[in-house]
Design a protein around this ligand. Structure first.
Ligand SMILES: Nc1ncnc2c1ncn2[C@@H]1O[C@H](COP(=O)(O)OP(=O)(O)OP(=O)(O)O)[C@@H](O)[C@H]1O
Ligand SMILES: [Mg+2]
Length: 384
């Protein structure tokens, strides 16, 4: 039997939305974050992540819907009455107080006198025991960020909300802090809802990722599941790189969908196709760059039967150490991306070479063809 206590850190949003005048920042959405999980809200700037987080915190009043924490409906409660704490991008530590007093702040405010043991434990948790008497400006960005986490956790919230808390850190420190935050979450076991626009960050840290787009959750799931089985072109492009081929359905038979594209044939497992398919229709076939092998056209005979294959010509190749990234022009997709691990490099695979791209049909996914292939692709700003 489960008790209310065990569900105390569940977050349940039901039909929650936010409009500003005629603009809808968050469309009615339902989300459940289980107690003790690490949940990431991922999406591009302006998609409604902060607004959603602020509605959980009580800092923003929803236009519709309810917020439940555990068994309790907190929709009408002010922020300070919710068992929730927030860590923002700007940690806003008190500059005149030392680290110890910054962390002790929440306890002192509640009139608790003997704070030493609790503050000591918190500082140990974030590995800053040695820094207790320093002022914030004497710490690095990552250390300040950990103080902010300790300061929030000392209030024993049931849920910790984090809004781009690593945004101010450089890339290397960010990576380090991602692992650190994950360790802290595992250790304290409370629910974390983490907002980020960085897909790698979301995938590294979270048990569940919800991908937001234009005020809606487009898809949610475990990182590997989202990556391998994107339901839309937006999710496929936002979480890494995808290649798309528009293909015609030749036949649906048994477990497979057989397709025609540019004179060639492709196979797609029916279980990996989210579009409704019937002979004569079209489907968008997706495949991730690291799933594809490149073989020089002269050796095409050695490619095992049963693999999906496309012919093309290498347009560009970039050696980046662990892998080489190729761009291949083919009749079915210009700028096909292929990532090859640098194990035994075939020096013939250079720009201009005729090649065959081939992959296991099991790594193919199928999407509704009625979508923008470019949705969610990171736009590179161009100078006018
Ligand atoms: N007080 C407000 N009044 C009017 N529009 C607002 C207000 N707050 C937010 N918005 C709009 O709502 C949308 C969602 O904003 P939100 O801050 O939730 O985005 P976000 O996903 O957190 O973006 P970012 O990654 O840039 O922080 C934006 O288009 C924003 O301009
Ligand atoms: Mg934001």
């Amino acid at each position: 039997m489960t008790t209310a206590q065990e569900h105390g850190g569940d977050v349940r949003l039901t039909g929650i939305s936010k409009t500003y005048g005629s603009f809808t920042a968050v469309h009615p959405l339902d989300l459940t974050v289980p107690q003790g999980s690490f949940f990431a809200l991922l999406g591009a700037s302006g998609c409604g992540k902060t607004t959603t987080l602020r509605m959980i915190a009580g800092l923003e009043e929803p236009s519709s819907g309810t917020v439940r924490l555990g068994e309790q409906d907190v929709t009408a409660l002010p922020p300070y009455k919710r068992p929730v704490n927030t860590v923002f991008q700007s940690y806003a530590l008190f500059p005149h107080l030392d680290i110890f007093e910054n962390v002790a702040f929440g306890l002192r405010r509640r009139g608790i006198k003997s704070v030493k043991k609790q503050v000591g434990e918190m500082l140990d948790l974030v590995q800053l025991g040695e820094q207790a008497r320093k002022k914030p400006h004497q710490l690095s960005g990552g250390q300040q960020q950990r103080v902010a986490v300790a300061r929030a956790l000392i209030n024993h919230p049931k849920v910790l909300l984090l809004d781009e808390p690593l945004g101010a850190l450089d890339l290397k420190l960010r990576r380090q802090m991602q692992l650190e935050l994950k360790r802290i979450q595992t250790e304290v076991g409370i629910t974390f809802v983490h907002v980020t626009h960085d897909q790698e960050e979301a995938m590294t840290m979270a048990d569940t990722v919800a991908v937001m787009n234009g005020g809606r959750v487009e898809q949610q799931g475990a990182p590997a599941d989202l990556y391998e089985n994107p339901g839309t072109t937006f999710v496929a492009n936002f979480l890494g790189t995808s290649n798309f081929i528009e293909a015609e359905v030749a036949e649906v038979s048994g477990e497979d969908v057989f397709l025609k594209a540019g004179g060639g044939k492709l196979t797609l497992p029916k279980a990996r196709c989210t579009a409704s398919v019937s002979a004569g229709g079209t489907v968008l076939v997706g495949v991730r760059p690291e799933k594809i092998s490149l073989t020089h056209a002269d050796d095409a005979g050695a490619i095992p039967d049963g693999r999906n294959r496309i012919t093309g010509r290498i347009a560009d190749s970039s050696f980046i150490g662990v892998s080489t990234q190729y761009v291949v022009d083919s009749p079915v997709c210009d700028a096909f991306e292929v990532y090859a691990q640098n194990i035994e490099r075939d020096t013939r695979l250079a720009p201009g070479a005729e090649v065959v791209l081939h992959w296991n049909p099991a790594h193919t996914f199928g999407l509704d063809a009625d979508q923008d292939v470019e949705a969610g692709v990171e736009k590179v700003e161009e100078d006018a």
